[in-house]
Design a protein around this ligand. Structure first.
Ligand SMILES: [Zn+2]
Length: 1008
C-alpha cells in the first residue's frame, strides 16, 4: 500500500466520524514535512539503513530535521535512535532530555521522584515556549476543570477555562524492562516535537503539552542494559533472563495501580495528577506489530465513565486507521485484552478522570536485529486485523521505534486538533465523578471506628491517600440507612460512631475509591473466557476491614473533618502499670514489634484473657522492660494500640525471641516472592535473602535460622525448583562487574543455572525435622508436598473449577492454632489465583489403601454414606430374616478433614501417620453457596469446604502450606498476619488438636 490514499481515508472517516471528515483531510495533508527545513542527512541515512522493510516506516519518521542548536539523540547514543546492538542506560536517556532542555525553551525537565534503589525518574514537558512559560496559569485552569467543585460545578464558568486551556498528554516508556525500544523512540520523538517545523508538529506544540517519562522502571532498565552488554560481549552464548527488574517486582510493576505499593507507580500518578493531565499513554512491547490495546475487548471496568469508553474507541480507531493509511502492516486495536481490572499503570488515568492508553509494539528484548517467526494466532487475519502482521520478518529495534513514533505522532496530531473536545470530556468526567452521589451513587463509603481493625484501616487509608482520595472523619455519631446485604432483606439503620472514616463520593477522584471498595462480579457465562488478570479485588475484603457502602445522601450532611494522617487512628497507650499489653487483633505489625524491642522481654499469650476492662485474644503480646521513651514512638509508628497493666495476667504464655528468618528464592523467577520481600521490608521484619543454591551449600541451616520463607516462584514445578535451569550450555552469571555494574543485586550468583538440588532438599528437610518452620505457598507448597516435606497433605484435584484471581470466603477450622491468632470468629477473605486447595490424610500413600468397591457416597450429599434399602437417609438398613447386626457408626467426614481410621485400617499399617504428626487444617474454603466474595467462580464443587491453609508436621518442625497467596501485590493486608503469626510462634506450632474431631470444628470461631 502506498503511503497516501486520501480518498480511502475520507471514506473511512466518513463512516466513523462523519463530523470530522474535513479535519481528517486537513490532518493528512499536514503530515507533509516543511520543505524549507533542512534534514540531518547522516541521521536520516541511518534511519533507512536500520529499517528492515519499506512498509515498516512512514513519512512521519523517514527523515530527521536538522537543527543548528538542538542536539539529536546521536549526541548521546553515538548513532540514531533504534540503532542495532546498543541500548542506553536510563541516566544517558535522562542526560539527553537535559541536553534538550539546555538547548531549547521548548523542553523542560522535571524530576518526579526516585525508585527503591534511589535512581531518579524524570518527566519532560514539550511545547512551544509560549505554552511552557505560561504552564503555571494553564495548570491553574486545568486544576479547576479537574476539580469542578472549585467552580461550583458551573458549566458557564467551565467554558472560558476550556477555551483558554491546552491539555497535557503524558507518555510513559519501558515500565517493562525487557521491552527495550521506548527510551530511544521517545528521545527521538522529543527531538522531533521540539525541532520539526512540519505544520502538523507545529500545531501539536502550539496546542498541547506533551509530557514524557522515557523510562518508568529505571532500576530495571539499567539492569537490562547490563545484561544486554554481557550478551554482546559473549556472542553465541545463552544470556540470563532479566531476573530482577525493579528492586522487588518484575512484570507485575504493571499491576500496582490499585495497591500503589511501588515508588514508580506513586511517582507516575503524582506527576499525572500534579500536571492535571488528560491522557496516560504507556508503551509496551510484546504483540506484533502495533496493538493499540486501548479498545481491547470486554468486559470493560464497571466503574469507568462511559465517556472514557467512547474516547478509547475514538482514539483507537483513528490511530489504527491512520497507521494503516501509511501502509504499515499489523496495526490493530481490538484484541485479547479486557479492561476489567484497574491494576495497570495506564489505568491510573482511567480511574482519575483521564484517558488510559497502551501500545503493544513488537520488540526483540534487546537491540539485536532478528529473524522473527510469528505464530498463526499472531499473523492470521481477523475482523479487527484486516492487514495482519507478516508471518516471518527480519525485525530491528529501529522498526520498533518507527512504529512507536509514527503511532504517537499521528495520535498526538489527532489530539491536538481536538483539544477542546478532550478537555470538555475531562471536565465532564471530573464533574460526574463529583456528582456520583446524585447520579449512580453511592453517597459514601463509611469505615466504622473500630480499635480492633484500626491497624488495617490505616493501611487501607494509606492506599486511598496515595490514590489522591480525600478521607474524612465524623465529628459526631450519625445514623444512616444502609441497603440490604442480600436480596429480599430490608434496608436497615446503622449508627456510625464519631471518629468513623468517611470516603465521600462527591469528590473528583471518587471513581478509584469506588472501584477499590466496591465488590466485583464476573459472570460465569461472560463471553470473555480468558480474563486478562484478576477478576476480583475488593479492598474491603482483602484488607479485612469493614467498609459500608452508603447510598443514603444524608451521610454527606454529617459534620466531618479531613483526616490528614491516617496513622492517628492507632498508636495510643492507655492505663498505667509496668506490663504493656498489645491485643492481637490481626495487625500486620505485631511481628515487627518483636524486632523493634529487642532488649525488652516479650511473651505471647496462648489463650485469651481479660484485663483492665478489655478482652485480649490469644496471641496477644505482654511486654516488660521496654525503654519507656522508645516504646510510645514505636507503637505509634507501627499503628498499634497498647494497654499498661499492673501485673502480668495468669494465662498460658511463652517468651518470644526475634525469630531468625531466611528468605529463600530461586533463580527461575523472582516476581511473586518480590511482593513478599516488599511486605517484610516495609513491615521492618529483617531476614537473610538467600537462594536455593545457598541452601544447597549450607550445612547447618537450623543453627542459623528458625524460619525459612519459600514464597511462590510462579508456576514452577518441583523438578524445576530442584534442577534449576539446564546446565547443557554456558554458565550464566548474575554479578556486579565493570561490564555489568547494576547486576549482582539483590542477590548474586556466579552461575544462576543450578537449582536447589537433592543436597539442598535434604538440608531443607533436616532444617524442618530439627524444629524449623518452612513457609510455602502455591507452587512451593506443591513442591513441599511432592518432595515429602508435608506428610498427609496432597493438592486436591480442582481442574473443573473456574477461579481467576478471585476473592473467596473461608472458615477458620482451628481457631486456637497460633496461625489463626487475632482473627476472631468471622471468615477471612483470601485471594485465590486458581482455586488451589488441599486434601489431608492420616495415612501416607494413597489415602485408605486399595478400594475394593465403589464407596457409598450419595452424589447429592457427599457426606452421607448408606446403601439402598429400608428407612430414611439417617437410618441403617436391616437385611430380612436375621437379627439386626449393628455396624460401626459411620463418622461424617467433612471435605476439609482427614478420613478417620478404624482398627481395621490401622492394624499393622506402617503408612499411618502418628497422631502428633498429622496435618492441622487452619483455614478452609466456605461452602459453595457462600464461597464467592468477588470476581469469577464457576463450578466450585471441587474446592468448596476444602482445606486452604494447612500446617504439616515433620520431625520437630513444621511446614506451613498456603493454597491462597496471603501476600499478593500489596493488596492482601488482611492475610499478612497468617504469615507473621506463624513466624511469631514458629516453635509452638506442634500438633495440638485433632482436626477431624466434629466437636472441634463445631467450636470454630467461638474463640472470642
Ligand atoms: Zn509490557
Amino acid at each position: 500500500m502506498r503511503p497516501s490514499k486520501p480518498a480511502l481515508i475520507v471514506v473511512f472517516f466518513g463512516l466513523l466520524f462523519a463530523a470530522q471528515s474535513l479535519v481528517s483531510q486537513e490532518l493528512n495533508s499536514t503530515f507533509a514535512r516543511d520543505p524549507g527545513q533542512p534534514i540531518d542527512k547522516q541521521y536520516t541515512d541511518q534511519i533507512h539503513k536500520y529499517t528492515t522493510a519499506p512498509s515498516f516506516i512512514s513519512p512521519l519518521v523517514d527523515y530527521l530535521p536538522a537543527s543548528k542548536t538542538v542536539p539529536t539523540p546521536a549526541k548521546v547514543l553515538g548513532d540514531s535512535s533504534g540503532a542495532p546492538d546498543m541500548l542506553p542506560y536510563a541516566e544517558d536517556v535522562h542526560r539527553y532530555f537535559r541536553l534538550l532542555e539546555a538547548a531549547t525553551p521548548r523542553v523542560k525537565v522535571f524530576p518526579i521522584g526516585h525508585t527503591e534503589e534511589g535512581r531518579e525518574m524524570i518527566a519532560a514537558a514539550i511545547a512551544d515556549s509560549a505554552l511552557l512559560s505560561r504552564a503555571k496559569e494553564n495548570d491553574a485552569r486545568l486544576a479547576q476543570l479537574a476539580d469542578p467543585r472549585t467552580i461550583g460545578l458551573d458549566d458557564a464558568k467551565a467554558r472560558p477555562l476550556l477555551d483558554q486551556s491546552w491539555p497535557v498528554y503524558y507518555i510513559t516508556g519501558t515500565i517493562h524492562s525487557p521491552e527495550t525500544g521506548a527510551p530511544t523512540a521517545l528521545m527521538e520523538l522529543a527531538y522531533r516535537l521540539a525541532v520539526d517545523d512540519a505544520p502538523y508538529i507545529k500545531y501539536i506544540r502550539s496546542h498541547m503539552i506533551v509530557l514524557i517519562t522515557p523510562v518508568v522502571e529505571v532500576d530495571g532498565r539499567d539492569r537490562m542494559v547490563d545484561l544486554y552488554k554481557w550478551h554482546k560481549a559473549h556472542p553465541g552464548q545463552d544470556w540470563p533472563r532479566l531476573l530482577y527488574w525493579g528492586h522487588y517486582v518484575a512484570h507485575d510493576n504493571n499491576r500496582d495501580a490499585m495497591g500503589m505499593t511501588l515508588d514508580l507507580t506513586r511517582n507516575v500518578l503524582d506527576a499525572y495528577v500534579s500536571w492535571h493531565a488528560q491522557v496516560l499513554h504507556d508503551l509496551h512491547e510484546s504483540v506484533p506489530f502495533l496493538y493499540d490495546n486501548t479498545v481491547g475487548d470486554g468486559p470493560y471496568n464497571a466503574w469507568v465513565d462511559p465517556i472514557l469508553a467512547d474516547e478509547w474507541a475514538e482514539l483507537g480507531s483513528n490511530n489504527v486507521a491512520q497507521m494503516r493509511s501509511f501502509g504499515m502492516p499489523g496495526v490493530f486495536t481490538h484484541g485479547d485484552f479486557d479492561t476489567w481490572s484497574p491494576g495497570y499503570l495506564m489505568f491510573l488515568a482511567a480511574m482519575h478522570n483521564g484517558i488510559s492508553r497502551l501500545y503493544e509494539t513488537f520488540g526483540n528484548g534487546g537491540a539485536d536485529t532478528e529473524k522473527r517467526i510469528l505464530r498463526p494466532e499472531d499473523y492470521s487475519r481477523t475482523w479487527y486485523r484486516q492487514n495482519p502482521p507478516l508471518p516471518v520478518v527480519t525485525w530491528s529495534q529501529r522498526d520498533n521505534n518507527n512504529y512507536e513514533q509514527t503511532a504517537l505522532l499521528s495520535t498526538l496530531s489527532y489530539f491536538s486538533r481536538n483539544t477542546h473536545h478532550f478537555l470538555e470530556n475531562f471536565y465532564l468526567k471530573s464533574k460526574r465523578a463529583v456528582e456520583k452521589p446524585t447520579l449512580e451513587g453511592p453517597s459514601a463509603y463509611v469505615i466504622p471506628a473500630d480499635a480492633a481493625s484500626a491497624n488495617r484501616q490505616i493501611e487501607l487509608l494509606k492506599v486511598l491517600k496515595r490514590q489522591h482520595v480525600e478521607v474524612e472523619q465524623l465529628t459526631n455519631e450519625i445514623t444512616a440507612t444502609v441497603p440490604e446485604q442480600k436480596r429480599g432483606e430490608k434496608p436497615k439503620q446503622e449508627t456510625f460512631a464519631a471518629g468513623s472514616v468517611v470516603i465521600r463520593m462527591d469528590q473528583p477522584y471518587s471513581r478509584i475509591a469506588d472501584a477499590l471498595l466496591d465488590r466485583q462480579f464476573w459472570a460465569a457465562g461472560d463471553p470473555q473466557k480468558h480474563p486478562y488478570d484478576d477478576t476480583g479485588w475488593s479492598f474491603a475484603h482483602l484488607f479485612n476491614v469493614k467498609v459500608v457502602r452508603v447510598i443514603d445522601p444524608s451521610v454527606l450532611q454529617a459534620k466531618m473533618t479531613p483526616l490528614d494522617d491516617p496513622s492517628s487512628l492507632a498508636g495510643k497507650i492507655s492505663g498505667s502499670g509496668t506490663v504493656l499489653a498489645v491485643a492481637n487483633t490481626g495487625q500486620i505489625s505485631l511481628l515487627s514489634l518483636i524486632y523493634k524491642l529487642k532488649n525488652a522481654t516479650i511473651r505471647i499469650t496462648e489463650r485469651p484473657f481479660d484485663a483492665d476492662g478489655k478482652h485480649f485474644a490469644a496471641g496477644s503480646l505482654l511486654i516488660t522492660r521496654a525503654p519507656e521513651d522508645y516504646i510510645a514512638q514505636t507503637v505509634h509508628d507501627l499503628g498499634l494500640d497498647a494497654s499498661r497493666l499492673a501485673a502480668e495476667p495468669s494465662v498460658v504464655m511463652h517468651q518470644v525471641n526475634a525469630p531468625r528468618i531466611a528468605f529463600m528464592h530461586t533463580w527461575l523467577s523472582t516476581q511473586a516472592e518480590g511482593w513478599w520481600r516488599y511486605a517484610f521490608d516495609s513491615a521492618g521484619v529483617p531476614f537473610d535473602y538467600i537462594s536455593t543454591q545457598a541452601v544447597a551449600n549450607q550445612t547447618d541451616l537450623r543453627a542459623k535460622y528458625d524460619v525459612i520463607v519459600f514464597a511462590p516462584v510462579g508456576r514452577a514445578s518441583a523438578l524445576e525448583i530442584l534442577n534449576g535451569i539446564p546446565v547443557w550450555n554456558n554458565a550464566m552469571p548474575w554479578q556486579k562487574t565493570d561490564l555489568t555494574p547494576n547486576l549482582g543485586t539483590p542477590d548474586r550468583s556466579d552461575d544462576i543455572r543450578p537449582g536447589l538440588g537433592y543436597d539442598g532438599l535434604a538440608r531443607l528437610k533436616t532444617f524442618v525435622e530439627q524444629g524449623g518452620l518452612l513457609i510455602t505457598c502455591e507452587d512451593t507448597a506443591q513442591f513441599a508436598i511432592e518432595t515429602g516435606l508435608a506428610p498427609g497433605v496432597s493438592v486436591a484435584p480442582h481442574d473443573d473449577v473456574r477461579v481467576v484471581g478471585s476473592v473467596l470466603n473461608t472458615v477458620l477450622v482451628s481457631p486456637n492454632h497460633p496461625v489463626a491468632f487475632g482473627y476472631g470468629a468471622a471468615g477471612i477473605p483470601v485471594m485465590s489465583a486458581s482455586g488451589m486447595v488441599f486434601n489431608v490424610s492420616n495415612m501416607l500413600g494413597r489415602a485408605g489403601g486399595r478400594v475394593l468397591m465403589d464407596p457409598l457416597t450419595d452424589p447429592l450429599d457427599p457426606y452421607t454414606k448408606r446403601a439402598t434399602g429400608r428407612g430414611s437417609v439417617d437410618d441403617g438398613d436391616e437385611p430380612q430374616g436375621r437379627k439386626i447386626a449393628e455396624p460401626e457408626p459411620l463418622i461424617r467426614q467433612q471435605p476439609w478433614e482427614a478420613r478417620p481410621l478404624d482398627e481395621e485400617q490401622t492394624r499393622n499399617n506402617p503408612q499411618v501417620i502418628p497422631v502428633e504428626s498429622r496435618p492441622d487444617v487452619i483455614l478452609r474454603f466456605a461452602d459453595a453457596k457462600s464461597l464467592l466474595l468477588d470476581g469469577l467462580l464457576d463450578k466450585p464443587g471441587s474446592i468448596a469446604e476444602h482445606a486452604v491453609v494447612v500446617d504439616a508436621h515433620l520431625g520437630q518442625g513444621n511446614v506451613l502450606l498456603f493454597g491462597n497467596n496471603p501476600i499478593y501485590r500489596g493488596e492482601t493486608i488482611g492475610t499478612y498476619p497468617l504469615v507473621f503469626n506463624a513466624i511469631l510462634s514458629y516453635g509452638h506450632l506442634a500438633h495440638e488438636s485433632h482436626p477431624s474431631s466434629p466437636a472441634n470444628s463445631a467450636s470454630a470461631g467461638s474463640q472470642e
